[in-house]
Structure formats: structure tokens, C-alpha cells
Design a protein around this ligand. Structure first.
Ligand SMILES: NC(=O)c1ccc[n+]([C@@H]2O[C@H](COP(=O)([O-])OP(=O)(O)OC[C@H]3O[C@@H](n4cnc5c(N)ncnc54)[C@H](O)[C@@H]3O)[C@@H](O)[C@H]2O)c1
Length: 269
């Protein structure tokens, strides 16, 4: 059921690779709620993924941008404002990649060039998207900017490797830039800490099936799906949450607060 929560709003959605991507579900939901938006991804993802399918369905233009490159981000905002006919009301950062994890480098054997690359892609890119938006004055007052995070920023999950540092930095950027942009333009900046979700990035983590099953068993509501995440993020883009900023918001079926569940207890005794 749609509520017209985003009627008249203009947005930019990063990170939709295929139908499993969390961003893909967010795009579908944003369209259902009346938003117009542009879609973007790294130029290499244009060949790998299915973003064109999504763009056709959503009647959205694709503007390729490598989120680590300032000139690409500048072009993304400038073209988005042109195509959509005005300043932007919401931005989704749904970008993450660790080269060390992809190359199966253990945490005690990090390649530091790859670490810097992963931090740039997965966290500093969030700062870049905010800084370029501010410099171009591309966001409307009360605009909402959301990035997707994971609880490995607070708790250690061994095989999540250097992505834990990336997520900690991402959440910290939301607080620091949220303070600045709120003061300057009433723009709000938050991260949503999502349950393990079966996507290309998620499944790339060693032991992902274990994370997924453990979280499912510990969370009183079970794991939140990508579609559930889309509903939550759309509420954050809407005017219903205009005073929420600088937060890391858990969207995890209760995982982050629960100590133990009967299901896990029964397996142990
Ligand atoms: N899947 C999970 O379990 C899970 C849980 C919590 C948070 N998240 C986060 O959600 C976000 C989206 O991931 P997903 O799970 O939907 O997987 P996904 O693989 O579908 O999305 C990751 C996206 O990042 C894009 N990307 C990589 N490098 C880029 C670059 N240089 N410039 C622009 N885009 C680039 C990829 O092309 C891809 O579209 C990530 O930040 C991820 O860490 C995922």
C-alpha cells in the first residue's frame, strides 16, 4: 500500500546493481511513494548489473559515477538537478566494497593500499557526496541523506574484516556532517544499520550464511529483508521524520539489543 510519502520529492539513488541490491528495493519503494529520482552506480557496474532494467521501470535516468571521484559526483548532482528540474530532497548512499575481503586477505594480512581503497569506496565517498552537495548547494532545506551500515561498526564479526572500520567511519561521518549540514541548511544525515541481507556485497563476506542464520535466530522479529529496509528508508526520506538526524538507526528485527533467544539457548543446552 502506498501513502504518497514522497510526492513531489526529487532524489538520487546509488548502488542498485541487481534486484537483490537493497538500493533496488529502495528505488521501487520511492517510485511507489511518488518520488522522481536518478539512479547511479560505478561505470563498471553498468556492464555487470541490471540497472537499465530498473531505470526503465522507474522512468529514471542513469548517471554513471564512481563515488570516489569528485568530478563524477559533481556531474551526478548537476545532471540530476537538470533532469529532475530542481534541487534534491533525498540521497541514498548504498555503496560498499572491500578489496581485502574480495581477495580473501585475512585481517592479520591486510594490504594497506587496498584498505585505503576500501575506506575510500565505502566511507569517504559518503563525505564526498555530502561535501560536493554543500559546495554546489544541491540539496533543498530539510533534505534527507541516508547511508547503509552494519553492526560490525560496534561489534566484531571476524570475517567482516576491514569493512568494520569502513562502517565505523561511515557512521561517524553521518554524525559530523549531520551536525554541519543541519546547522547550515536543516539537512538531516543518518545511517541505517541493516540486518544481514542476501545481496552481491553481503554474500561476498566469508561465513555470510552463518551471520545470516545467527542473526535470524537471535532477532525476535527475524532478519529484516531488503524490502523492509526500503520501507524504513522511505520513511526517513519523508517529512514524517524531519527532526531525526545524526543517528545510527538499527533496522535489524531487534538483533542489536537482544542477549540470547530461546532458539539459540536450546541449541546450547
Ligand atoms: N547485504 C548485507 O548484508 C548488508 C547489511 C548491512 C549493510 N549493507 C550495506 O548496504 C549497502 C548496499 O549493499 P548491498 O548489500 O545492497 O549490495 P550490492 O552489492 O547490491 O551493492 C553495493 C553497491 O556498491 C556499488 N559500488 C561499489 N564500488 C563503487 C564505486 N566506486 N562507486 C559507486 N558505486 C560503487 C556496487 O556497484 C553495488 O551496486 C552497502 O553499503 C552494504 O555494506 C549490506
Amino acid at each position: 500500500m502506498a501513502y504518497n510519502l514522497l510526492a513531489g520529492k526529487r532524489g538520487i539513488i546509488t548502488g542498485a546493481l541487481d534486484e537483490n541490491s537493497i538500493a533496488w528495493q529502495i528505488a521501487l519503494k520511492a517510485k511507489e511513494e511518488g518520488a522522481t529520482f536518478t539512479l547511479t552506480n560505478a561505470p563498471v557496474a553498468m556492464r555487470m548489473g541490471k540497472i537499465k532494467e530498473l531505470a526503465e521501470f522507474c522512468n529514471a535516468e542513469i548517471i554513471p559515477a564512481d563515488a570516489t571521484k569528485l568530478e563524477d559526483i559533481e556531474n551526478l548532482y548537476t545532471k540530476s538537478m537538470e533532469v529532475l528540474g530542481g534541487k534534491i530532497d533525498f540521497v541514498l548512499h548504498s555503496i560498499g566494497m572491500s578489496v581485502n575481503i574480495r581477495k580473501k586477505n585475512e585481517y592479520g594480512n591486510l594490504n594497506y593500499d587496498w584498505l585505503m581503497q576500501s575506506l575510500d569506496i565505502s566511507a569517504v565517498s559518503f563525505h564526498k557526496m555530502l561535501q560536493v552537495a554543500e559546495k554546489l548547494d544541491a540539496l533543498n532545506e530539510h533534505a534527507s541523506v541516508v547511508a547503509l551500515s552494519y553492526i560490525a561498526a560496534q561489534r566484531t564479526f571476524g570475517t567482516y574484516g576491514d569493512m568494520a572500520q569502513a562502517k565505523a567511519m561511515l557512521e561517524s561521518i553521518a554524525r559530523s556532517y549531520g551536525e554541519r549540514y543541519g546547522r547550515l541548511k536543516k539537512v538531516r544525515v543518518n545511517t541505517v544499520s541493516q540486518s544481514p541481507t542476501k545481496t552481491t556485497a553481503g554474500s561476498g563476506i566469508a561465513g555470510f550464511d552463518g551471520f545470516y542464520a545467527y542473526a535470524e535466530a537471535l532477532s525476535p522479529l527475524g532478519n529484516a529483508t531488503a524490502e523492509d529496509c526500503a520501507n524504513y528508508v522511505v520513511s526517513l526520506f519523508s517529512d514524517l521524520t524531519r527532526m531525526v538526524t545524526m543517528q545510527n538507526l538499527y533496522h535489524d528485527g531487534g538483533f542489536s539489543t537482544n542477549g540470547i533467544s530461546d532458539e539459540i539457548m536450546n541449541k546450547l543446552v
